[in-house]
Design a protein around this ligand. Structure first.
Ligand SMILES: C[S@@+](CC[C@H](N)C(=O)[O-])C[C@H]1O[C@@H](n2cnc3c(N)ncnc32)[C@H](O)[C@@H]1O
Length: 210
C-alpha cells in the first residue's frame, strides 16, 4: 500500500442500530477515535474558525465523537446537527438527502465517514457540502502500511469482531496524498489543507476565503 482505494462493505452499516454487536462496536469507536487522536484534530481545526453558531456532523453515529469535540471547545449556544442514516443522532437521513436540504452552517464535520464512498459519490457529496458550509473538516483513516498493520491489532485493545473487520476495511478505503483536495469542487475562493495527522489519520480542511 498506498496503491489505490479499495471499498468493501462495513459490517456496522448493515447491522440494526440496536444489535448488541453494533452497540459494542460504537463504544469501541470512542476508543479508536482516542487512539487516532481525531477528537483533538477536529477540535483544533474548529477552534481556528472563530465563534461558531451552527455545525453538523455527517455520519455522526450516536454523537459520541461530536460530544467529545464540543467538550474541548468553548462552544456554548452552538446549534448542532448529528446526521446519520441510523436512528442515533438528532437527524435520521441519508447524507445526500440531508445535504440537499440542509441549512447554511458555519461548519460541517466528517469523522471516519468519507471513506465509505467512492470518488464519484465523494465529488457529489463535497459539491453539496461546499454550498452548505463556510468550512468543512474531515478526519479519516490514512491509507498506509503502518495504519493497516495497526488495524489488525485492535483485538489487543478489546475491540469486537465488527470493529476489527471494519477497521481493516476502512484503512484500505482511506486516503493519502491530496486525494480529497482533488475531489473538492471549488478550489477558487477556498483554502484547502490536506495532510497526515498523527500515526493513523488523514485530515482535509476546506475554508471559504473571507
Ligand atoms: C464508522 S461510523 C463513524 C461514526 C462517528 N462519526 C464516529 O467517529 O464515531 C460511520 C457512520 O456513518 C453512517 N453512514 C454510513 N452511510 C451513511 C449515509 N449514506 N448517510 C448517513 N449516514 C451514513 C453509519 O450509520 C455510521 O454510523
Amino acid at each position: 500500500m498506498t496503491g489505490t482505494r479499495v471499498l468493501e462493505p462495513e459490517w456496522l452499516d448493515a447491522l440494526p442500530h440496536a444489535d448488541p454487536r453494533a452497540m459494542r462496536s460504537r463504544r469501541d469507536l470512542v476508543r479508536v477515535n482516542w487512539l487516532m487522536g481525531n477528537v483533538r484534530v477536529v477540535a483544533s481545526e474548529l477552534s481556528r474558525l472563530g465563534p461558531l453558531r451552527s455545525i453538523a456532523e455527517i455520519g455522526a453515529g450516536d454523537g459520541s465523537f461530536m460530544r467529545a469535540v464540543l467538550g474541548k471547545l468553548d462552544a456554548k449556544d452552538v446549534e448542532v446537527h448529528l446526521v446519520d442514516q441510523q436512528p442515533l443522532g438528532t437527524v435520521t437521513a441519508d447524507v445526500f438527502d440531508w445535504l440537499a436540504e440542509a441549512p447554511i452552517l458555519d461548519a460541517i464535520v466528517a469523522n471516519l465517514f468519507l471513506h465509505h464512498f467512492d470518488d464519484g459519490e465523494l465529488r457529489r457529496m463535497l459539491a453539496l457540502v461546499s454550498r452548505r458550509a463556510r468550512a468543512f473538516i474531515a478526519c479519516e483513516p490514512r491509507r498506509s502500511p503502518f495504519a493497516l498493520a495497526s488495524a489488525h491489532l485492535l483485538g489487543f485493545v478489546g475491540c469486537n469482531d465488527v470493529t476489527r473487520h471494519d477497521a481493516v476495511v476502512s484503512v484500505r478505503a482511506g486516503f493519502a496524498g491530496r486525494e480529497l483536495s482533488g475531489l473538492w469542487p471549488e478550489p477558487v475562493g477556498w483554502t484547502l489543507d490536506e495532510r497526515a495527522r498523527g500515526l493513523f489519520s488523514h485530515s482535509f480542511v476546506a475554508r471559504r476565503d473571507e
